[in-house]
Design a protein around this ligand. Structure first.
Ligand SMILES: Cc1ncc(C[n+]2csc(CCOP(=O)(O)OP(=O)(O)O)c2C)c(N)n1
Length: 556
């Protein structure tokens, strides 16, 4: 059967069971938009900026575990995807992006709206393709989806010239693909798994350090079984929040720069660290030389490139956590070591998170109330900055995929579009976007996308009038020289939401906030609460740059 290039794309997306695509049309991708106008079975959501489309696809992928898809035209449309692709790349999120390209004879001539997007995105995609023949589209799309979601997931980009979109080829969608040189190791080496079990048996002070890899591999149940079987305390990274219920007695909560002092101290005192789907990020380990000085490291990860990258590992296991944990559970026993668990309980009791309990509308209070009101049954999406850390610290994540954040790239502007993507992927859930007055303005135009499409995201702006996290560093490390961090001139965001046709309320005290939150929860509609919080509130505790992780500012 002969089909045009764009008909082939649409057929392939149907075969991949794509439900929704986020994007913006333009000259070089008009044939594809014309085909979807006539015959697409998926929904297309028009974002107002291509960065919004990439983040929405990313948020959709994180919330659902499926591949997120976005479209953009050539040139500026394609370059506007770049931050979103880098964001997905650094957090290992499966996204497939399609970009239109100028017609093939024009490639390399600096034609109107021509950029070498495959060249630009080489370092921020798992793979990318410039498709010069419509007959290559179907096998490439099959490969792209497979690469995006298999092994260590990541974004893949497919660039295809306008003439390839309009010319015809036979359509055949392969069932399987075989990629020489790409066969992710899933099962893990049995000898290494046995070695790890022995080290765990001998350990006196073991700690599990779990990350986003658990969520990616859908291994939360296996992790719970492992914790239950061994009685080992567990701390999670920012990306790992929700992979293990934070309300469990063995949970130490988050570790790292703004983690809990108890979690960082337990790590520092441990003799065996069981690192599961983590990448020893600098925001977690602080100074690598002083990180867990007495510990032996077991590290399980699907990506061999992560092994001993930042910290030398003693027992590496390359494999998918779901397989490896299932196997490891068979070789471990219930630990009877009480002294260590007593120490953990004592750390947890002595060093809880703390904030000023006066009558002010403090951000920590807002997050605590959100947790109380939703009973933890919601998806929380954040932007980047202080509010992101308060959201990580003060909400208790008990389910995988309930916390969505830009961990690796730290992209301001991620929150609103990612929340839109998460809500589209999970219509039955309540989705909250916790953002700052700085980051919100980086993709504020997506208010139109949410409100027009009746996407019932609730936006909570922690409005402190500053680029807060940068201001905090200026306060602590630059003697309060607040260089270019005041956000004076920002609008009333509640009014902005109203102008777009949505619900918006500005609050500055606890009572009004609680009323607004109850309203937002009772009406399943787009709702924005612009929360005026104290301007100079800080995120504590905090590991200062270069310090060991158990030396924290504001820990008690
Ligand atoms: C796109 C982008 N630009 C700059 C930064 C650097 N940066 C990190 S946090 C931050 C301040 C964020 O301010 P706001 O959104 O108001 O959140 P707050 O920290 O006040 O909660 C900045 C500028 C970034 N992470 N991303």
């Amino acid at each position: 059967m002969k089909l045009s290039g764009t008909e082939i794309v649409v057929e392939c997306l149907n075969k991949e069971k794509v439900e929704v695509v986020f994007g913006i049309p333009g000259g070089a991708i008009m044939p594809l938009y014309d085909t979807i106008y006539q015959k697409a079975s998926f929904v297309h959501i028009l974002t107002k900026h291509e960065q919004g489309a990439a983040h929405a696809a990313d948020g959709y992928a994180r919330a659902t575990g499926k591949v997120g898809v976005c479209f953009a035209t050539s040139g500026p449309g394609a370059t506007n995807l770049v931050t979103g692709l880098a964001n997905a790349y650094l957090d290992s999120i499966p996204v497939v992006a399609f970009t239109g390209q100028v017609i093939s004879p024009f490639i390399g001539t600096d034609a109107f709206q021509e950029v070498d997007i495959t060249g630009i995105t080489i370092p921020i995609t798992k793979n990318n393709y410039l498709v010069m023949n419509p007959g290559d589209l179907a096998p490439i799309i099959k490969e792209a989806f497979y690469l995006a979601k298999s092994g260590r997931p990541g974004p893949v980009l497919i660039d295809f010239p306008k003439d390839v979109q309009t010319s015809e080829a036979d359509f055949f969608y392969p069932d399987k693909i075989k990629l020489d040189g790409y066969q992710p190791t899933l099962k893990g080496n049995l000898n290494q798994i046995k070695k790890a079990a022995l080290a765990i048996k001998k350990a006196k002070r073991p700690v599990i350090y779990a990350g986003g890899g658990i969520i990616t591999s859908n291994a939360s149940e296996e992790l719970s079984n492992f914790v239950k079987k061994t009685n080992i305390p567990i701390t999670t990274t920012l990306m790992g929040l929700g992979c293990f219920p934070e309300e469990n007695i063995l949970s130490l909560g988050m570790l790292g720069m703004h983690g809990l002092f108890s979690a960082n101290t337990a790590m520092s005192e441990a003799d065996v660290i069981i690192a599961l789907g983590v990448r020893f990020d600098d925001r977690v380990i602080g100074n690598a030389k002083t990180f867990c000085p007495d510990a032996k490291f077991i590290h399980v990860d699907i990506d061999p490139a992560e092994i001993s990258k930042n910290v030398k590992v003693d027992i590496p296991i390359v494999g998918d956590l779901k397989y490896v944990l299932t196997k490891l559970i068979q070789f471990v026993e219930l630990r009877q070591e009480n002294k260590w668990l007593e120490r953990i309980a004592c750390l947890k009791e002595k060093y809880p998170l703390q904030y000023n309990q006066d009558d002010e509308l403090r951000p920590q209070y807002i997050i605590e109330k959100l947790y109380e009101q939703t009973k933890g049954d919601a998806i929380v999406v954040t932007d980047v900055g202080q509010h992101q850390m308060w959201a990580a610290q003060y909400y208790k994540y008990n389910q995988p995929r309930s916390f969505i954040t830009s961990g690796g790239l730290g992209t301001m502007g991620f929150g609103l579009p990612a929340a839109i993507g998460a809500q589209v992927g999970c219509p039955e859930k309540r989705v909250f976007c916790i953002t700052g007055d700085g980051g919100f303005q980086m993709n504020i135009q997506e208010l139109a996308t949410a409100i027009y499409n009746k996407i019932p995201v609730v936006v909570l702006i922690m409005n402190n009038g500053y680029l807060g996290m940068v201001r905090q560093w200026q306060e602590l490390f630059f003697e309060k020289r607040y260089s270019q961090t005041s956000l004076k001139g920002s609008p009333n965001f509640a009014e902005v939401a109203q102008v777009y046709g949505g619900r918006g309320i500005r609050v500055s005290n606890r009572e009004d906030f609680n009323t607004a939150l109850s309203q937002a929860l009772s009406e399943k509609t787009f709702f924005l609460i612009d929360c005026l919080i104290p301007a100079e509130e800080n995120v504590f505790p905090m590991v200062a740059p270069g310090e060991p992780i158990n030396k924290m500012l504001g820990a008690n």
